[in-house]
Design a protein around this ligand. Structure first.
Ligand code: SF4
Length: 265
């Protein structure tokens, strides 16, 4: 049964596609042979869809017979119980536009760089999670319904409300270029469906974590200091939320960096 972050991402990706959701719902009524599934999901890409569902641990293949795995059954049951129904697909989603760039302010972390607040319309609330796999360095944060995308030094956060915050850009031209590229990547996914790109493997070292903590050793997290906190965070014994000073505006950039890195721990 999928348990970790990468397995969860496989399941999210598998269920982000309409044909695959159709297959899963079809299998909810019992095992089927491949020919029957072809009738409802088409023949052309069936092999591909079955492989994705199998990799996500949702189905099992035995010769020409396809059935839901135990995990697949529990997954469907959980969806019904939580009332979350289906994950939205992208066929009804309209292409996005960058409606406006509202601010260009110096970055707190590096005053030679800028941060930008922009607006994306229509807002992508509810489908940001589906878009996560199209970015090599993208992390969806459920808690905030936001998608953090990293490109070089630039960190962009897209919120479900349509707000886009971009940090560490050199100037307005770079911000516009980056926003345009972001828009094109998203619109391509809306048009053609979500095709995941290879995830960049990120090895996180203790010092990567430590350097983004406030390093004030205030003890508000209950640890002796930031270094001890970093060790425990690496070991999965504490969560980032325990470091409350990170919520202060001066550490906004640090918090985003840490949230990004924490996914790879
Ligand atoms: S609360 Fe944050 S800043 Fe304070 S000691 Fe803990 S890790 Fe460091």
């Amino acid at each position: 049964m999928p348990e970790g972050t990468s397995e969860t991402k496989l399941v999210n990706f598998a269920m982000a596609n309409k044909a695959r959701r159709k297959i899963i719902n079809f299998l909810a009524n019992g095992d089927r042979d491949i020919e029957k599934i072809e009738e409802i999901a088409g023949k052309k890409t069936l092999e591909f869809h079955l492989k994705i569902l199998q990799d996500a641990g949702l189905i099992e293949l035995e010769g020409r017979n396809v059935k839901l795995s135990e995990y697949g059954k529990n997954f469907l049951k959980g969806k019904k119980e939580s009332g979350t129904e289906e994950i939205k697909d992208l066929s009804q989603v309209k292409p996005v536009e960058i409606a406006e760039i509202r601010q260009l302010l110096p970055c707190i972390a590096d005053s030679s760089k800028f941060r930008v607040i922009a607006n994306m319309a229509p807002p992508l609330g509810g489908i940001l999670k589906i878009l996560e796999p199209i970015f090599p360095k993208g992390n969806y944060l459920d808690r905030k319904d936001s998608l953090i995308v990293k490109s070089g030094e630039i960190i962009t956060t897209i919120y479900g409300s349509g707000k886009v915050s971009m940090r560490m850009v050199k100037n307005e031209d770079e911000a516009r270029e980056e926003l345009e590229s972001l828009k094109n990547t998203i619109n391509e996914a809306i048009l053609k469906g979500v095709f995941p790109v290879p995830r960049e493997k990120i090895r996180v070292e203790l010092m990567d974590i430590y350097k983004y903590l406030p390093r004030t050793n205030c003890g508000k997290c209950g640890e002796q200091g930031c270094y001890s906190f970093a060790i425990k965070l690496m070991a999965g014994q504490v969560t980032l939320e325990k470091c409350t000073p990170l919520k202060e505006s001066e550490y906004a950039y640090n918090e985003e960096q840490l949230q990004f890195l924490a996914v790879y721990l």
